[in-house]
Design a protein around this ligand. Sequence first.
Ligand SMILES: O=C(O)CCC(=O)C(=O)O
Ligand SMILES: [Fe+2]
Length: 359
Amino acid sequence: MAPNTEALALEQVTEYFEKLAIDGTDKYVVFPNVSLEPLEPFEHQDPGHLADPTKTSILEQAESVVTLTPHIGTEIHGLQLSKLTEQQKNDLALLVEERGVVFFKNQDISTKQLVDLGKHYGPLHHHPVGGHEEDSQYAMSIYSDSRFASKFRAGQNSQPAASTLHSDITFEKQPAGITFLKLELVPKTGGDTIWYSAYEAYDRLSPALQRFLEGLRATHQGDIFEHYSKFAGIPLRREVPQDTTHPVVRTHPVTGWKSLFVQPGFTRSIVGLRKHESDALLKLLYEHLGGGYDFQVRYKWGANDVAIWDNRVTNHCAIPDYQSNEKRYGFRVTSTAEAPYFDPKSKSRRQDLEEAQKY
Ligand SMILES: O=C(O)CCC(=O)C(=O)O
Ligand SMILES: [Fe+2]
């Protein structure tokens, strides 16, 4: 039965959401009604610091490496994430941090193995609302089929996809770093994902606007998950922080490069500006991001592909264009990283590469 969320009583929806079998897999998604403690601060140790700058263990041992666009996205063929050595795990961190997103085709890695791999990159995030696989709270389900389509895609169909452009969980004080998504069921056509380089987004702004933005902070809110929890009758497992601010331009701890760290998904205002100033500036920046056709990569998924991106330096949006009778299932493993900071001495990616004559 395909429930229409709006028409259902909350009680029924809650029951519906307790445990959901994913057709076409042997998996169940659960939405446990548990109360989680607030996240504790931690000191982030980035494995990218341990990488070999040439990243040979990945780039030379793959069967082939495809640079998908000049600014973002690399596709790796012929390596299984389930079998990485310690050196490869560290080199992978640096590759993702430099390239923004890296794709591994047709992976045999299990949920448990991907969760274990994710832990190498930082403490894993347990989402306050998102359903997760029955066997792991750290494998957040990304799901859509005829039962879920109306609920999960409602709203998305009535607005431009770019308005859902986001970096994951930036409402947290220490938001996501390296993040994995494995898609196990993919629609026959459609359901691509687009990633945008926030390094290049910064580099495309005029020096005058760059200087203006540097040192500013913006508020980030996870209110959509609170609404979503009420709307869909899913328990809110942890309070979402209400007072998070992050720098508008942040410095990456490993590459040292600056990136533009605002997005329509979770950023709400720029601290210190009047509301109409903040709204106008964010609108300008969101148009700049969403219109970045020449600093994005659009990925056409194959079954069991894994995308690995650095949420500190990219934004992404899923494209909900497939038919509602199509199934799309995957799970995300999200490592968390440092509290975002801006180092006034840091360089932009373009400046650094130009100086090294690599641009
Ligand atoms: O479904 C997708 O392609 C991406 C969903 C998403 O935003 C995520 O996994 O963080
Ligand atoms: Fe996301």
